[in-house]
Write a protein that binds this ligand. Structure first.
Ligand SMILES: C[S@@+](CC[C@H](N)C(=O)[O-])C[C@H]1O[C@@H](n2cnc3c(N)ncnc32)[C@H](O)[C@@H]1O
Length: 365
């Protein structure tokens, strides 16, 4: 779809368009401020506390969490006004609105989206550097977005890794499940750009025969991954190493890139170097954003989410090297096919997994 640029002969109702745009910006502004109040409630455990003790007053919540009463009173009222808490009167008591547990409290719920509320604060922290980057072309390192960024990034994909990776995605990729289950030839699996390790941990739990490695260029992510693995009791079949780009391991049977290839400064080089480390029948699975096939403007909600993430998050993080490939978040199938071919792979196929956000590719050596 393309946008029609109006010329003088096109009758447009400017007043309606101005009103609509003004309304959209106002709604977005309110939404942004409400996201910060969600981030506050999430960080302080307020939603969890209300969920554990429905019909609490603000004073009871403030006392239980050792928080300032005046702030908590204002937050509770605001959350009720925003429709996230239900309020009764005389005295005012608060209960979670339907859906809040699933979306904001339970970190393993498939609907969990609390991390979305943390992203704007992380971008706010780097905004001056980002604006400067537009002038100079400089990138903004992931580490500068702060530890909250790593935690939010990890938390948003975790439910899918727990509920869908081994249950739906791996079985949908021809031959992959059998390879991971093969006890006669235990597979060496690499999760490249593993973040806090939730996918690696889920793979190791689902496929006891494999040796799983997680690699990431970000020290805070590897630290969190090791802690998560220890807590999950994953044992020594699982190792996390701080590595920038292709891993220094030979004979990799399956390499995964979960939502990270487009974040890399040199994705083609990483794929090329990885290819040399793959077993003869090894393969690469890339899970990346389901961007539209072609530039589409205006875009739908997902495309808008990806495009705005690209400007504020992924593109600057990938531009820390002056000669970065700078793919951006909107990794389109044609780009993926091109970089796989440039890296020397024999094929790059889209896997038949229908998902609103992800597209899966299988690269054969
Ligand atoms: C969007 S996060 C995804 C993390 C994880 N795979 C997940 O789905 O939760 C992207 C990750 O790619 C990592 N990354 C970016 N460039 C990298 C590189 N050159 N080598 C290794 N990891 C890299 C980042 O540090 C970050 O942890």
């Amino acid at each position: 779809m393309t946008t029609t640029v109006p010329d003088e002969s096109t009758a447009i109702d400017l007043t309606t368009q101005v009103d609509e745009l003004a309304g959209r910006l106002l709604e977005a502004g309110v939404g942004a401020l409400e996201l910060f109040t969600i981030a506050i409630g999430d960080a302080l455990g307020l939603y969890r506390a209300v969920g554990e003790s429905p019909s609490s007053t603000a004073a009871e919540l403030a006392e239980r969490l050792s928080l300032d009463l005046r702030y908590v009173t204002e937050w509770c009222d605001q959350q009720a006004i925003a429709g996230l808490l239900l309020a009764s009167s005389d005295p005012r008591r608060f209960t979670l609105a339907p859906g809040v547990t699933e979306v904001l409290v339970d970190p393993l719920s498939p609907a969990y989206l609390a991390p979305v509320a943390r992203f704007p604060g992380c971008v706010g922290d780097v905004l001056p550097a980002l604006i400067d980057g537009f002038r100079t072309g400089a990138g903004v390192p992931y580490a500068d977005y702060g530890p909250a960024a790593v935690a939010a990034q990890a938390a948003i994909n975790r439910p899918s890794f727990v509920h869908a990776l081994a249950q739906e995605w791996v079985p949908a990729i021809p031959g992959l499940e059998a390879r991971l289950q093969d006890t006669s030839r235990p597979a060496v699996v690499a999760d490249i750009g593993c973040g806090a390790g939730w996918a690696t941990i889920a793979l190791a739990a689902a496929y006891p025969a494999i040796s799983a490695y997680g690699f990431d260029a970000d020290a805070a992510s590897i630290e969190q991954a090791r802690a998560n693995a220890a807590e999950a009791g994953a044992g020594d079949r699982l190792r996390f190493e701080l590595v920038d780009g292709a891993p220094p391991v030979d004979g990799i049977d399956v390499a995964f890139f979960f939502e990270c290839l487009h974040d890399m400064a040199h994705p083609t080089d990483v794929l090329r170097q990885l290819r040399a480390s793959l077993a003869d029948d090894g393969c690469v699975i890339v899970m990346d954003e389901r961007a539209a096939d072609d530039f589409t403007a205006p875009g739908d909600l997902i495309e808008r989410y990806l495009a705005s993430s690209s400007v504020t998050w992924c593109l600057p993080q990938s531009r820390t090297d002056a000669d970065s490939e700078a793919l951006g978040t909107l990794l389109r199938p044609a780009t993926m096919t091109r970089i796989a071919a440039d890296a020397g792979y024999a094929s790059c196929e889209i896997v038949a997994i229908e998902h609103p956000v992800w597209r899966f590719y299988r690269l054969e050596r």
